[in-house]
Write a protein that binds this ligand. Structure first.
Ligand SMILES: [Zn+2]
Length: 241
């Protein structure tokens, strides 16, 4: 049983209730990346009471991360991001069970890393690992919440193949990425919070809103739009489903 006092304000939300909170408490999530998107995702899932959180990242904290990766304090520069993030998260909610996975996500290890997760949060910044994660999600039938940021723009969608497209349907080839992505903490925070919201809805038994849709947020004009996205019948990853 969860601590009622701790969550009583969210238990007041229409349609939430004890059953929803219990579902969150028994959920297992896999967060790929403990950077700009991973920090707000992990923070929101931790404080909302998601019971089992696996955080995967191969990097150590660098001073250039600190403008947006707010789970990492200055004193943790040089520390593994997984360790640093979980130190902060444990202080926020000691009832959550955390697992750190300090490794790169590859095609060879992704199934083992994701294991029995109920949902995957793609908080990565490179296509190679994103494709490996996407293929795993399709193979295992695990929903994947994808997000990306660039400058003052953020994007979010929810993949639940076979009923929705997968990452490879909408990005058949990796888009060219410059080495260093321009990014601001408010953008990653807002975009990651959207990912966390969709994850909470799914885990709590409510339907995510961004299946078959891509939310595109232009924060320079505060213009948000939702575009329909569809499956690619020739997708090498999910078209056989
Ligand atoms: Zn596909």
């Amino acid at each position: 049983m969860f601590d009622y006092e701790r969550y009583k304000r969210q238990l007041l939300i229409d349609g939430w209730g004890t059953e929803t909170q219990e579902k969150l408490q028994t959920s297992k999530v896999f967060i790929a990346g403990a950077g700009g998107l991973g920090c707000p995702v992990a923070l929101n899932l931790t404080t909302a009471g998601v019971g089992n959180i696996r955080v995967c990242d191969a990097d150590v904290v660098d001073i250039s991360n600190l403008n947006r990766q707010f789970l990492h304090p200055e004193k943790n520069i040089g520390v593994e991001k997984t360790t640093s993030a979980v130190q902060t998260l444990s202080n926020l909610n000691s009832a959550v069970h955390f697992t750190t996975l300090t490794t790169k996500i590859t095609e060879d290890n992704v199934d083992e890393l994701v294991a029995d997760a109920d949902i995957i949060l793609d908080c990565l910044d490179n296509f190679e690992a994103r494709y490996a994660l996407n293929a795993c999600a399709v193979r295992q039938g695990i929903p994947l919440i994808h997000a990306a940021v660039w400058g003052l723009e953020g994007r979010v969608t929810v993949f639940t193949p076979p009923t929705t497209p997968c990452l490879s349907c909408i990005f058949p080839v990796a888009s060219k990425q410059q080495e260093t992505i321009p990014v601001l903490g408010t953008i990653t925070c807002a975009t990651g919070s959207m990912q966390a919201m969709e994850a909470i809805k799914y885990l709590g038994g409510m339907s995510p809103s961004l299946q078959n849709k891509m939310l595109i947020m232009d924060f320079s004009a505060m213009h948000f739009q939702t575009l329909e996205i569809s499956k690619n019948r020739d997708c090498p990853i999910c078209s056989h489903l």
